[in-house]
Design a protein around this ligand. Structure first.
Ligand SMILES: NC(=O)c1ccc[n+]([C@@H]2O[C@H](COP(=O)([O-])OP(=O)(O)OC[C@H]3O[C@@H](n4cnc5c(N)ncnc54)[C@H](OP(=O)(O)O)[C@@H]3O)[C@@H](O)[C@H]2O)c1
Length: 332
């Protein structure tokens, strides 16, 4: 057994989108992986990401200081991936992104953990109009105060088979003949394609996290993680249209319509759009250029066009698959 194989990593939020990729990556690298989840039964799928006994699931919430302290005991590294997209009851942005992050950082410092990686988000800013972005900034400063050597990663919107962003538009293309994006100006004027994003591949984010937990080189630093290209919202929807082969109409509509829709959609059991998300959409998600990025990890960012069609093809019409299957092969 190598020295690396005896190391223990505690991952908060390991059952989520990034988390499941990270659990697999760390297990492949020989780490023992302890995943903190609120519902261990729902997270049993993670067990097969490693050898028998390599991945353990422990019940706990980031909001419960005792469970956080117990979860980091004996860990060499800790990663906090916990985040929420909307507020519901006690699950406020402040409670999860700021207070929860502080609980993890304080417990990790107290337990003598060597490496802490905290996942924030591009646009984290106390002066942002979005409460999500404000709470992410509050979380970053709480982490820095409690654990100065933490590595803070701010990803842009992330793509990968289980993502929430591209899959949502794929699903919309499957259902609706017209798919809107929001813009402040007329479609063909500068900025008429809507807000700008720099999507980053989940595999690249996980590669950066695994490097940050494995050595001291990235300690105490903050990084912005983004893909190789900036797209406006219309370009993103065109990409989804191509990948799903749906040929939907993509139209720009003013933000006040988004705000009105959000007033209703925020009350769905899983909100499709909230007023705070409309504020985030307006800002977009592009690197500031003032912080180091994936290149500081020696990672060449993966292009969205190389990956997105591989999983958005699930939203293609059945008819399409049938037609392809029934097309006679040349020479027959
Ligand atoms: N995905 C993106 O495009 C993106 C972009 C920028 C930043 N980020 C940030 O990256 C992080 C991970 O994102 P993700 O997309 O992987 O999120 P995700 O799929 O929603 O996963 C979030 C995880 O947090 C867990 N969780 C929620 N509340 C918890 C609590 N009170 N205690 C313990 N665990 C709790 C969830 O587990 P349950 O099953 O128990 O709910 C889930 O495992 C988040 O901080 C997010 O803000 C994501």
């Amino acid at each position: 057994m190598t020295e690396q194989s005896e190391k223990l990593i505690t991952i908060f939020g390991g059952s989520g989108f990034i988390g499941r990729h990270l659990v697999r990556r760390m297990a492949e690298q020989g780490w023992r992986v302890r995943v903190v989840v609120r519902d261990t039964e729902r997270a049993t799928f993670l067990k097969v990401a490693g050898r028998v006994g390599q991945i353990s699931l422990v019940p706990g919430s980031i909001s419960n200081e005792q469970s956080v302290e117990a979860a980091v005991q004996g860990a060499d590294a800790v990663v906090n991936l916990v985040g929420v997209l909307y507020q519901r009851g006690k699950r406020s942005f402040q409670a999860i992104h700021a207070n929860g992050a502080a609980n993890v950082a304080k417990a990790a410092a107290k337990a003598g953990v060597k490496r802490l990686v905290h996942i924030s988000a591009l646009g984290a800013d106390t002066a942002s109009p979005s409460k999500y972005a404000q709470s992410k900034a509050a979380g970053e400063s709480a982490v820095r105060d409690a654990f100065p050597g933490a590595t803070i990663l701010r990803p842009s919107v992330i793509f990968g088979a289980e993502d929430g962003f591209f899959n949502l538009f794929g699903w919309m293309m499957q259902i609706f003949p017209v798919v809107p994006f929001f813009t402040n100006t007329v479609p063909h004027a500068e900025g008429g394609g809507g807000p700008k994003f720099q999507p980053v591949y989940v595999g690249d984010v996980v590669a950066a996290i695994s490097q940050a937990v494995s050595g001291e080189a990235h300690a105490g630093k903050t990084y912005e993680l983004a893909g190789p290209r900036v797209y406006d919202m219309r370009e993103i929807l065109n990409m989804v249209n191509d990948a799903t082969q749906r040929k939907r109409w993509i139209i720009g509509v003013p933000y006040f319509i988004a705000s009105m829709q959000a007033l209703f959609l925020q009350f769905l059991p899983t909100p499709l759009l909230t007023p705070d998300q409309v504020k985030q959409l307006k800002i977009g998600s592009v690197c500031s250029g003032t912080l180091p990025g994936l290149d500081a990890f020696g990672i060449a960012p993966t292009a969205a066009e190389a990956i997105i069609p591989t999983y958005l093809k699930r939203y293609r019409a059945l008819q399409q698959t049938k037609r392809l299957r029934m097309t006679p092969r040349k020479g027959h």
